[in-house]
Design a protein around this ligand. Structure first.
Ligand code: ADP
Length: 179
């Protein structure tokens, strides 16, 4: 499924983000930047040691990555040239600023991508795994944040939502279909 918005393709695909052929993939990391489970573990396994080495260096320089912010590393052995690591919020009932923080993840990642001249980027469904964010609400926030960026002047050609599970895939297809 895809839509063209203000000159960029917004795509929804089902699959494994480590196999993405886009210039950049986004990692749903944790604040330590030292790797973890879920998509984070998969990206470090597939991308190899160089990604972790750069994460360790960033961590020593600035002490990790706060929730809603993003850092960039090499893509290592991945097809993607870069990985942007962002830290989603842990779901805590919905009244602890989770939506703002989750939206910030997508906005921070896109800002960093633009600063690096990256025109194509794949996002996983940040915070909807171990961090427990309800998938329908997370989809709403993610699509709102990305379409907000695309509504302004931007340098993107393709932005992809890579949904690993079919529940997310169906939610994204429905919502992007209505844009
Ligand atoms: P978080 O801690 O932000 O919740 P998780 O990695 O646990 O991060 O889950 C985030 C999302 O990533 C979930 O929807 C999960 O299904 C998905 N996911 C897990 N592995 C992959 C993968 N290889 N490619 C794309 N998405 C994945």
């Amino acid at each position: 499924m895809e839509k063209t918005l203000n000159g960029a393709k917004l795509e929804v695909v089902q699959g494994d983000i480590t196999q993405s052929a886009m210039a950049c993939i986004v990692n749903a990391a944790n604040s330590s930047l030292l790797g973890g489970g879920g998509v984070d573990g998969a990206i470090h396994r597939a991308g190899g040691r160089r990604i972790l080495d750069e994460c360790v260096r960033i961590r020593s320089e600035r002490g990790g990555c706060p929730v809603g912010e993003a850092v960039i590393t090499t893509g290592g052995n991945l097809k993607a040239k870069h990985v942007i690591h962002t830290v989603g919020p842990v779901w805590n009932g919905g009244k602890k600023g989770e939506a703002e923080k989750l939206g910030n993840c997508y906005r921070s990642a896109l800002r960093l991508a633009e600063q690096h001249g990256i025109a194509s980027i794949s996002f996983p469904n940040i915070s909807t795994g171990i961090y427990g964010y309800p998938k329908d609400e997370a989809a709403e926030v993610a699509i709102g944040a990305v379409t907000g960026v695309l509504a302004r002047k931007h340098g993107f050609e393709r932005i992809q939502f890579v949904c690993f599970d079919f529940e997310n895939y169906d939610l994204y297809v429905e919502r992007v279909g209505e844009l």
